[in-house]
Write a protein that binds this ligand. Structure first.
Ligand code: PMP
Length: 374
């Protein structure tokens, strides 16, 4: 029955596209520019301490669906503080950013809705589009004119414009204010996935919505992950109170999923409070990313100036990307290796994530290793 998986594996191997798991050990002695821990908070004592405290207080699991027993006082606190920090009326915490995206698309788009989705959107938004009952139009990447054309042509009474705020592969930002203007012109709402903007963009890291001056608008809904800047795990939707109320009663990935683990809720709350107390961290992450990309470009590497914490460097082909990433690791630097199908344009890349806490020496070391091993 499963002989075919061996044939598929052989094809993948021949194309340089095999994925392999690698367990981290506590002793790993590498400089980590592969994780999404943009602010370097995941091991901060205020974060791990808040996680431990929440586990002690609420238990090792949340014990049930959010609607039954899975909402603790910590969930409610996190929702209130996250909404306030990012500038939205209300927030709802999910077990991941992935399920938050599925929730928004399936609960806000029906058969009478056109979803206009950026061509480079994250897989979780694409899967949300597939699951939603609405029709989907693919808009050219970061192109408000293409969004406008799709909206103008539609026959459906309702429409959503859906985009990553900062794209996960190249770290470039979407023109959010222009997208919202296009959406408004045609009576549509804007959904932005702020996985890579929260904690990095906007005042003190309040996110891309705040940076663009559109957070809290009545026709804007944002999603976020707690697993990147906030050093934890889980996801959230932020937006108008009535939209959040709708999701509580209508979003299947909210209703039929166990509530987020209290330790993860505690960790995210700890990180959020730290971010408010030390607002310089967000700007540091961006500064480090720009420094990395500028220096790599000076050595002739194919990289683009990042708008967020992600810096990508184009490789020749998938095998080159794998070899390059492995050579970096041998030299003591962990970087991400992105290959099809994880890249929207088929171009394989190394992906370096800037961390707010990187020192000048670490930046110089990382650049040296990437250049030397290319
Ligand atoms: N959206 C984007 C843009 C992402 O990069 C990610 C995470 N890789 C997600 C959503 C999913 O978030 P989570 O990992 O919390 O499920």
């Amino acid at each position: 029955m499963f002989d075919w998986v061996d044939a598929a594996a052989a094809d993948r191997e021949a194309a340089g596209l095999t994925r392999r798991l690698r367990s981290r050990t506590a002793e790993d002695d590498v400089l980590d520019l592969a994780s999404n821990d943009y602010l370097g908070l995941t091991r901060h004592p205020a974060v791990t301490g808040a996680a431990a405290e929440a586990a002690q207080r609420w238990g090792g699991g949340s014990t049930g669906s959010r609607l039954v027993t899975g909402t603790t006082g910590a969930h409610t606190e996190l929702e209130r503080e996250l909404a306030e920090f990012c500038g939205y009326e209300a927030a709802l915490v999910f077990s991941s950013g992935y399920t938050a995206n599925l929730a928004v698309l399936t609960a806000l788009a029906g058969p009478d809705t056109l979803i206009v989705s950026d061509a480079h959107n994250h897989a979780s938004l694409i899967d949300g589009c597939r699951l939603a009952k609405g029709q989907v139009a693919r808009a050219a990447h970061c192109d408000p004119r293409s969004v406008r054309a799709a909206l103008a042509d539609r026959t459906q009474p309702r429409a959503l414009v859906v985009t990553d705020s900062v794209f996960s592969v190249d770290g470039n930002a979407a023109p959010l204010a222009q997208h919202l203007a296009a959406a408004r012109e045609f009576g549509a709402a804007l959904v932005l996935d702020d996985a890579h903007g929260l904690g990095v963009l906007g005042p003190g890291g309040a996110g891309a919505g705040a940076a663009a001056g559109i957070a809290g608008q009545p026709d804007v809904v944002a999603t976020a992950t707690l697993s990147k800047s906030l050093g934890s795990q889980g996801g959230a939707v932020l937006g108008p109170e009535r939209v959040i109320r709708h999701l509580i009663s209508a979003a299947r990935t909210f209703i039929f999923d166990t509530g987020l683990n209290p330790a993860a809720v505690g960790a995210a709350l700890g990180a959020l409070r730290l971010l408010r107390a030390e607002p310089g961290r967000a700007a540091d992450a961006l500064r480090v990313a720009r420094e990395l990309s500028t220096r790599l470009a000076e050595f002739g590497l194919d990289t683009t100036a990042p708008d967020g914490a992600v810096v990508s460097v184009r490789a020749d082909d998938p095998e080159h990307a794998v070899r390059w990433a492995a050579a970096c690791r041998d030299e003591g630097l962990a970087v991400g290796c992105f290959r099809p199908p994880s890249v929207p344009d088929g171009v394989p890349r190394l992906r370096l994530t800037a961390r707010a806490d990187l020192t000048d020496d670490q930046i110089a070391f990382a650049v040296g290793v990437v250049v030397k091993t290319r």
